[in-house]
Ligand binder design. Structure first.
Ligand code: PLP
Length: 390
C-alpha cells in the first residue's frame, strides 16, 4: 500500500539528493576530518562547505555553527551553557508549550537543581502572554528559552520582538527553531537571538544530527568536554556523514522555502477547509494567521484521536494525535491542555504536518477516508447525538 505521509513534524523523509551526497562518505571517504593527511583533510574540506550551507540557511557565520547529535542536545547544551556562564543567576524562563527537550529539562532544573523555573502561559489560541513574560525578566535570570514554532499546533511566537526585549536586559535568549527551520525564513542576526537549535531529521536530513547556533562573542560552556572539535564547543569526532547530509538538506531547504510558503500552505489550507466543510463539530487549534504553513491541528468533537489514527493507518495515512501518547497516557497533550482546548475536542485532535512531497490527490484521499471514519466513530460515541456533541 502507498503511504501518505503527513507527519512531517515528527520526522521527515531523507531527501534522495541528501542520501546521494552522503553515500561516498560512508565508504570511500572515511577519513577523520582532523587528520593532517590529505585523505582525512578532504573530508574536513567537505565539512567546511556543509557548515557554510547550514549557516546560510539561518544567515549566520559558519564560525557560529556547532554540530550536535540532535535537537535535544542543542537545547540542553544551550541551557547548560547559560547556567555555567551565570552561576549566580537562579531564574530560568520558558513557556508551558515547549517540546519535552526544554520542558522536561526546566522541570528537572527546578525540581532537582534548585532553579526557579518560570513557565509563561499561552492563551486559547496558543499565543504567548508577552506581558507576563516581560514582567518575569529579572537581574537574576540566566536564560530565556522559547520555541520559534510549536510542533503540535504550528503556532509561532514573535521571536525577533521577544529576543530584543530579553537581550536588551542583558539576559541570554535561546530559541528552539527545530520546527521553524525550512518552513519560514530564519535570520539569526535580524532576529537578534543568542542561541538557536535545529534538528536534521525535521528538515529532510537523517536522524541524529543537530545544530546549535552560538552567536559570536557570547560566553559558551561546552556540554560535551573533550577534543578540540567544533572549536572546543563540543568534543567528539564529527558525525561527518550526517553533517554532509545536513549541509545538502539546508541547501535544499533554502531552495524550497518559497514552495512551503505557497504550495504547501495551499495544500494545508485546502485540507483544512475541506474538513471544516464536510464534517460537523470540527475546530482548528491555534491562531490561524501565525501558524507554520505546513501544520494543521484539528479537533473532532466526541471521538478519540487514537481511533481515528487507526482508521487512517489502514489506508496508509500517517498523522499524529493530540494526546500525550509518548507517556502512554490518553490525556490530551500538554500543549492542548495549556491552551485549555475543551476535553472532548482535545481528545479527538489530529495533527497533519505536510511537506513539499505531498499532493492534492493525497489531501483528497485523507478527506475521503476521514469523513466516513468520523461518522462511524460518532455512531458509537456516547458524546454524540443528533448531529452534535452532548
Ligand atoms: C523534534 C523536536 C525536537 C527534538 O529534536 P531531536 O533531534 O529529535 O532531538 C526539539 N524541539 C522541537 C520543537 C522538535 O519538534
Amino acid at each position: 500500500m502507498k503511504v501518505i505521509y503527513t507527519d512531517n513534524n515528527a520526522t521527515t523523509k531523507v531527501a534522495d539528493e541528501v542520501i546521494e551526497e552522503m553515500v561516498p562518505y560512508f565508504g570511500e571517504y572515511y577519513g577523520n576530518p582532523s587528520s593532517m593527511h590529505t585523505f582525512g583533510d578532504q573530508v574536513g574540506k567537505k565539512l567546511i562547505q556543509s557548515r557554510q550551507k547550514v549557516a546560510d540557511l539561518i544567515h549566520a557565520d559558519p564560525g557560529e555553527i556547532v554540530f550536535t547529535s540532535c535537537g535535544t542536545e542543542s537545547d540542553n547544551s544551550a541551557v547548560f551553557s547559560a547556567l555555567n556562564a551565570n552561576p549566580d543567576k537562579k531564574r530560568i524562563i520558558t513557556s508551558n508549550v515547549e517540546h519535552p527537550a526544554i520542558l522536561n529539562l526546566f522541570t528537572y532544573l527546578q525540581d532537582k537543581k534548585g532553579y526557579e523555573a518560570v513557565f509563561v502561559p499561552v492563551d486559547k489560541k496558543g499565543r504567548l502572554d508577552l506581558d507576563m513574560l516581560y514582567d518575569s525578566l529579572t537581574d537574576d535570570t540566566a536564560i530565556v528559552s522559547l520555541m520559534w514554532a510549536n510542533n503540535e499546533t504550528g503556532v509561532m511566537f514573535p521571536i525577533p520582538e521577544i529576543a530584543k526585549k530579553v537581550t536588551e536586559k542583558g539576559i541570554l535568549f535561546h530559541t528552539d527553531a527545530v520546527q521553524a527551520a525550512g518552513k519560514v525564513p530564519i535570520d539569526v542576526t535580524a532576529a537578534g537571538v543568542d542561541l538557536l537549535s535545529l534538528s536534521g531529521h525535521k528538515i529532510h536530513a537523517p536522524k541524529g544530527i543537530g545544530v546549535l547556533y552560538v552567536k559570536k562573542g557570547i560566553k559558551f560552556h561546552p556540554y560535551l568536554i573533550g577534543g578540540h572539535q567544533e572549536k572546543g564547543r563540543r568534543g567528539g569526532t564529527e558525525n561527518t556523514v550526517s553533517i554532509i547530509g545536513l549541509g545538502k538538506a539546508c541547501e535544499l531547504a533554502a531552495q524550497h522555502l518559497p514552495l512551503v510558503g505557497t504550495q504547501v500552505k495551499e495544500l494545508r489550507d485546502y485540507l483544512q477547509s475541506q474538513l471544516l466543510e464536510k464534517i460537523p463539530g470540527v475546530s482548528v487549534n491555534g491562531e490561524w494567521e501565525t501558524r507554520l504553513p505546513n501544520t494543521l491541528s484539528i479537533g473532532f468533537d466526541a471521538v478519540e484521536g487514537e481511533s481515528i489514527l487507526m482508521m487512517l493507518d489502514r489506508e496508509g495515512i500517517c498523522a499524529s494525535s493530540g494526546s500525550a501518547c509518548t507517556s502512554g497516557s490518553l490525556d490530551p497533550s500538554h500543549v492542548l491542555m495549556a491552551m485549555k482546548v475543551p476535553f472532548k475536542s482535545a481528545h479527538g485532535t489530529l495533527r497533519f504536518s505536510l511537506s513539499h512531497y505531498n499532493t492534492k490527490e493525497e489531501m483528497d484521499h485523507i478527506v475521503k477516508t476521514l469523513v466516513p471514519a468520523i461518522e462511524t466513530l460518532r455512531a458509537m460515541s456516547p458524546f454524540w447525538k443528533d448531529g452534535k456533541m452532548v
